[in-house]
Design a protein around this ligand. Structure first.
Ligand SMILES: [Zn+2]
Length: 401
């Protein structure tokens, strides 16, 4: 069996070992060593990475068939002595998060009687799942961390936080006299090395509460990121950090006020635009575009725009047709041109034939409505759209009012 050196020493990151088996595990070259400091994925702690004789260690796993520890590589290594290096920043980060988890788990047990039922150590977030709700921020002590394989007669006297579910030798990790638990992972030598333990948030789960936390370097980096964020916000809002919530509330209120004013202004603007369209040109010219043509006792308003919002044009059509005796032929040019025909309540002319003809001329699909007909056409620029609307106007002029 490979001797797992990390049990006794979690600080060695460079060592020489013998490759005793070089093989392929599925797609990957793999190697087994006589002894290793590489930690395999287990107990919620991810595997180490690094190199074996220059080959990158992509994964470290425990072989199901015989429990042997296997290094998965990007290139094969020959049997014999090899130089091995562990990616130390990654490993130490895992040691900080993992040991911090021991401390937090014990603290939650003491403060809230909540036992840890899950542990997740991801690239970004770290969390533990607690069996009961009501998680609070907890404090930590400062103590030596010790790991050992107790003799059989010592085991009954150990007050372990969690009953171990391991077969084979039991390994115990003590954090001063604060916490005692069964664990095969890598740990820092004293709680001072965990650094800051920062509880970020809690989230209710089906079976209890998930506590997201960060330790050591990760907690410091998180603090630095958030500090930079606050510094930038404070500079852009010219206030103190404490004034940020009020400042943002005021900004939101003034944005809302501005939106209300803008909406009211747009309404007034549409009223004025409708009035202008109904007045100009006050002749029965068929050429005026945009503009109004007289047809018996009806006023025929036609207008087209490029890239205007459909809702706005609809609002305009509504305003035009609140006046008696108005027919509005409106359109929006673009990749998917829009056609909108509307009539006042007192107008009995059927707009459908002219509307369908216009849509067909513009390569359009379908449209619907009764007093207001709306439909999408194919691509049309302003000139083409105005041409089609002009045709519709001519068609309507042939219809007795
Ligand atoms: Zn552990």
């Amino acid at each position: 069996m490979t001797v797992r050196r990390y049990y006794a020493d979690s600080y060695t990151d460079t060592f020489t070992a013998q490759v005793v088996e070089s093989f392929r595990a599925g797609e990957r070259p793999a190697a087994r060593l006589d002894e290793t400091y590489f930690y395999p994925t287990s107990g919620g702690q991810p595997h180490d990475t690094g190199t074996l004789a220059g080959s990158r260690v992509l994964d470290v796993t425990v072989r199901e068939t015989d429990g042997e520890l296997v290094h998965l590589l990007d290139a094969p290594v020959a049997p014999g002595a090899v130089e091995c290096r562990i990616d130390w920043p990654r490993r130490f980060d895992h040691m900080q998060q993992h040991t911090g988890q021991h401390v937090l788990s014990q603290a939650f047990l003491r403060v809230a009687g909540a036992s840890t039922i899950g542990f997740h150590l991801g690239d970004e977030t770290v969390s533990i799942d607690l069996g009961v709700p009501d998680a609070r921020v907890v404090e930590r002590g400062d103590a030596e961390v010790r790991a050992w394989f107790p003799a059989a007669e010592e085991i009954p006297s150990l007050a372990l936080r969690k009953t171990p579910d391991v077969d084979g030798a039991l390994r115990v990790v003590a954090i001063g006299d604060f916490d005692l638990s069964a664990c095969g992972g890598t740990h820092v030598a004293a709680t001072g090395e965990i650094g800051l333990i920062s509880v970020l948030r809690t989230e209710r789960m089906k079976r209890g509460v998930r506590v997201e936390f960060l330790c050591g370097g990760r907690a410091r980096a998180d603090y630095a990121r958030k500090h930079a964020l606050v510094r930038d916000l404070v500079a852009s809002l010219t206030c103190s950090p404490a004034e940020l919530p009020d400042s943002v509330t005021r900004l939101q209120a003034s944005l809302q006020e501005a939106r209300r004013e803008l909406a009211a202004f747009r309404e007034r603007e549409l009223d004025a635009e409708a009035a202008r369209l109904l007045l100009s040109p006050a002749s029965d010219s068929t050429e005026g575009f945009p503009g109004m043509a007289i047809l018996g006792h009806l006023r025929l308003v036609s207008a087209a725009w490029t890239g205007r919002a459909v809702e706005e044009v609809k609002g305009l059509a509504l305003r035009l047709t609140t006046q008696p005796g108005v027919i509005a032929l409106l359109g929006i040019a673009g990749a998917r041109a829009q056609v909108l025909f509307a009539r006042s309540e007192d107008v009995t002319v059927d707009l459908r034939p002219a509307f369908d003809a216009t849509l067909a001329r513009l390569g359009g699909g379908r449209g619907g409505g009764s007093r207001m007909l709306q439909g999408a056409a194919g691509p049309a620029d302003l000139a083409r759209l105005e041409g089609a609307l002009g045709e519709a106007r001519a068609l309507l002029r042939g219809v007795p009012a």
